[in-house]
Design a protein around this ligand. Structure first.
Ligand code: IPM
Ligand code: MN
Length: 353
């Protein structure tokens, strides 16, 4: 809810995370002056470097501490010297689960047809939002090995879906679609033809909840077909709701059709609690410290953060400013090809504000 002052937890993280967050914070400062709100930021050093120094990911009491903030702004988690999985599970997923951020909201919006890899598609065709369930499914970490290391080994990975978990996600998607007020269409993206336990529950829940939203047109697409439609007819989509794993996969494709990881942002949302906003790309070690990474994804994440805390005017201004930069300045959205440095792109956004 909108107030005079906000407490923002900042986790710059690894690799290019700190560089893009620095630009985001520059934009935040400018927005706060222009729109007259105050904030206090507190920086936390969770990430690969701290793990390598102290063997720590994030402690339970550090998670509890994050509950005191109005929102969290995250750069990137992932370090080339740390075995894959440790930081992702120990920090990123631990925060998502620990704060029950059960929605992962990922807008897919093309700002300039020049940066779209699909021939003949423009901003009017690519403008949709993926509502990804963010607390269950295959990400629950349930499963086991049997006869590990033998020729008869079996590895079991369970997709865990609760009625409550599925329903709160679907309900959020309907509400979001209504509030967004564009084409008012919500597509359930699943795999009802094969995954007949999980997707039976999803489909039944979707069919029940949709009765409460007669103003929203509904649709269903299998996940494999969804990836095809993203490329062939992206204009068919307005809002999409899906589970954690499918949402992870289709939003990387979504990021590509909107211009790449340089522009794709997302929010890990607990509608009743503390939410966290991040660029959806990784820590990009090979670009670290070179002042070449595109900060716009992080700046778009900041825009989502502002909307979430109730500073809707500021959020809109940040997005409009990003659009202007993408339409009139940048040569390319990829790292090192923008025609500007990371810092200069941040400055361009601030100037437009
Ligand atoms: C994402 C990322 C994470 C995920 C990884 C880093 C655990 O790919 O935010 O999409 O799978 O959710
Ligand atoms: Mn992902």
């Amino acid at each position: 809810m909108k107030r005079d002052s906000y407490k923002i937890a900042v986790i710059p993280g690894d690799g290019t995370g700190p560089e893009v967050i620095r630009e985001g914070l520059k934009v935040l400062k400018a927005a706060s002056k222009k729109f007259g709100f105050r904030y206090k930021e507190e920086i936390f050093t969770y990430g690969g470097e701290r793990y390598l120094r102290k063997g720590l990911t994030i402690k339970d009491k550090e998670i509890s501490n994050l509950k005191k903030f109005d929102c969290i702004y995250l750069g990137a988690i992932g370090h080339p010297d740390v075995k894959p999985g440790i930081l992702e599970q120990g920090i990123l997923l631990k925060i998502r689960f620990g704060l029950d951020q059960y929605i992962n909201l990922r807008p897919v919006k093309l700002y300039n047809s020049e940066f779209c890899p699909i021939k003949g598609k423009g901003p009017e065709d690519i403008d949709f939002v993926v509502v990804r369930e963010n607390s269950e499914g295959l990400y629950k970490g349930m499963g086991k090995f049997e006869k590990k290391g033998t020729r008869n080994e079996v590895a079991i990975q369970i997709s865990y879906n609760t009625r409550k978990g599925v329903e709160r996600c679907i309900r959020y998607a309907f509400e979001y679609c209504r509030k967004r007020n564009k084409r008012k269409k919500l597509t359930l993206c699943g795999k009802t033809n094969v995954l007949t336990y999980a997707w039976d529950l999803w489909q039944r829940t979707f069919d029940e909840v949709k009765r409460e939203y007669p103003d929203i047109q509904t649709d269903y697409a299998h996940v494999d077909a969804t990836t095809m439609w993203f490329v062939k007819n992206p204009e068919w989509f307005d809002c999409i709701v899906t589970d954690n794993m499918f949402g992870d996969i289709i939003t990387d494709l979504g990021a590509m059709i909107q211009g790449g990881m340089g522009i794709a942002a997302g929010g890990n949302i607990n509608p009743e609690g503390v939410s966290m906003f991040e660029p959806i790309g990784g820590s990009a070690p090979k670009y670290t410290g070179k002042n070449v990474i595109n900060p716009l994804a992080a700046i778009c994440a900041l825009g989502m953060l502002l909307e979430n805390i109730g500073e809707e005017e500021a959020a809109k201004a940040v997005e409009d400013s990003v659009i202007k930069v993408v339409q009139t300045k940048l040569k390319n959205l990829a790292a090192g090809k923008m025609g500007y440095s990371t810092e200069e792109v941040g400055d361009l956004v601030v100037d437009n504000l």
